[in-house]
Design a protein around this ligand. Sequence first.
Ligand code: ADE
Length: 354
Amino acid sequence: MIISDDEPKNKQAIKQARTENLRPETVEYDTSFETNIRPKTFDTYIGQEALKNTLKISIEASKMRNVTLDHLLFYGPPGLGKTTLAGVIANETGVPIKITSAPALERPRDIIGILMSLKEGEILFIDEIHRLNKIAEEILYPAMEDFFIDINTGKSQTVKSMRVPIKKFTLIGATTKAGALSGPLRDRFGIVHRLEFYTDSELAKIIKRSAGILNINIDDEGALKIATSSRATPRIANRLIKRCADWAIVKGEGVVTADIVTSALEALNIDSSGLDNTDRHLLEIMIKNYSGGPVGIQTLAVALGEDIRTIEDVYEPYLLQKGFIQRTSQGRKVTPLAYKHLGLIAPNAQMSLF
Ligand code: ADE
């Protein structure tokens, strides 16, 4: 119900909502944008060229039409720069950004509080948006479409619903699983884009840029070697640079060379394809316990002692990208390439079908 003829009460309730009752307590804001190695402009953000071009056009058009940018949904494996890109968009558009994640928006008051606190044109970034609960989703629908929220006041029988306007804003949702988003939520995003894995040369550029900011001495071969072992993912590359720099200082001459990277990665149990112990263990379990598959994800999760989500979000995308596993309707299968990588011989001729 809309209470438009009850202005004073309405205003009072809104004021109360804006102050204490609906203040989100679990929302986290990222304030480290200015001080870390994340790029802040499209020019310094390396890779994702197709997406960047689409975004530049949308931003330009929204500026020319003087309207807020359409809501955006980014999906793809973790660590590919979804949050970073949201920061770049905010910076290039000249608007503030609030960063939170769906698990922090557990209670209705969390999402209502954050929506009511938004300034005109502000970007709201919600990470892991596929984990938003049904109530939060329903609060979000009118907020995204028409920039208002419905707030219920009073108790059980006397409950009243008020339509409260909020400032026009842009929602940027990020998810590792676009398929897990409800249809109505997905449909409310004007731009839906997948972030791709990075090439070795893009990653090498990212590594050199980050090394420059962090005052780390690295040569071209060292950068490329880290790049090829970073699972095509900038977050991992940036983590490995620091570990290799430590190694260079303690065991070398302070310069991250290919040899330094080789020894540092060996100590970290990361192989030439960027696989770590868990990746190799996963492949080995599939080979030794299930004859290379097909094996269901639940079975694999139990055997590996990892939860299904971690396998699906963290391990599987890169193993699929490398061609080490295949997804079939009966489950996951190991490919001959994986056998070769592990120094094993693929058991039968059927494998050559891959
Ligand atoms: N750091 C993390 N992701 C990056 C990217 N895409 N470009 C430059 N630096 C980054």
